[in-house]
Write a protein that binds this ligand. Structure first.
Ligand SMILES: C[S@@+](CC[C@H](N)C(=O)[O-])C[C@H]1O[C@@H](n2cnc3c(N)ncnc32)[C@H](O)[C@@H]1O
Length: 235
């Protein structure tokens, strides 16, 4: 679909995933380079980065926002007591349920992130929170609401890992052949989502009460040259 005003492409994960094989877990969440799925070592780097930040313990209750098809989530099930994965894509959640759900303690639900956090009736249940390669797709108001609600209502969440954020200061490392405008870089509905500088992200998180520490993937990581990770903790 084209944006009339600027003619840059929009992207819909739900529709995209439906065009691929039901077991093309990497393709469905666009974990590809030039259309080819990334190597298994790349997934290991992601899992290692998440584990290094969250340091999951056997009694942890993990909430994951924008969990996609659960193909990464499954690697955390043996490290925590309880897991809930939430994603706005009905199709990706159906893939997660079919392939990775382990009831009653490792569950997936279809819901937008902001709507989910707004309505969760037992927010104090969770002790850790993860949002990998998904936060940049939240509409701006939802991103702010999620950060505020996690801080205010999910009071036992001490650590929140928001990974794979597109770095506005390094957008030129990704867009080698054209220079996207400000509107495109701020648009959550493109294939990359909203680009933010680390300073912008830090300000937004601090406004909700979170202290932020940034980290970067190993240089071998396929998207490391234009992305960063953020670990949020309470002051
Ligand atoms: C690149 S995929 C990442 C999926 C998964 N976290 C992973 O790393 O494999 C981005 C995901 O964000 C989800 N998403 C986009 N907007 C969302 C929203 N407002 N609330 C919840 N999930 C959303 C998409 O449906 C998609 O599954």
């Amino acid at each position: 679909m084209q944006n009339d005003k600027d003619s840059y492409p929009r992207f819909d994960y739900n529709e995209h995933a439906k065009t691929l094989a039901p077991d093309d877990f990497l393709g469905q969440v666009k974990r590809t380079v030039k259309g080819e799925p990334v190597a298994e070592e790349q997934i290991k780097m992601i899992v290692d980065a998440i584990q290094a930040s969250l340091r999951l313990k056997p009694d942890d209750k993990l909430l994951e926002l924008a969990c996609g098809n659960g193909a990464v989530s499954r690697y955390f099930f043996d490290s925590c007591a309880d897991y809930l994965g939430v994603d706005i894509s009905e199709y990706l959640i159906s893939v997660a349920k079919t392939n990775f759900e382990r009831l009653p303690h490792y569950r997936f639900v279809t819901r937008g992130a902001a709507e989910y956090v707004r309505h969760e009736s037992h927010p104090e249940h969770f002790s850790k929170d993860l949002c990998y390669a998904g936060f940049c797709f939240f509409p701006a108001a939802d991103a702010i609401e999620v950060l505020h609600t996690l801080y205010d209502k999910f009071i036992n969440v001490q650590t929140l890992f928001i990974g794979n954020l597109p770095d506005k200061d390094r957008a030129a490392e990704f867009y080698k052949t054209r220079k996207p405008g400000t509107e495109e870089l701020s648009d959550h509905s493109t294939a990359i989502g909203t680009w933010r500088t680390r300073e912008e992200f830090k300000q937004m998180a601090a406004g909700a009460g979170w202290k932020v520490e940034f980290s970067f993937m190993p240089k071998e990581y396929y998207a490391g040259h234009y992305r960063y990770d953020a670990q949020l903790s309470r002051y």
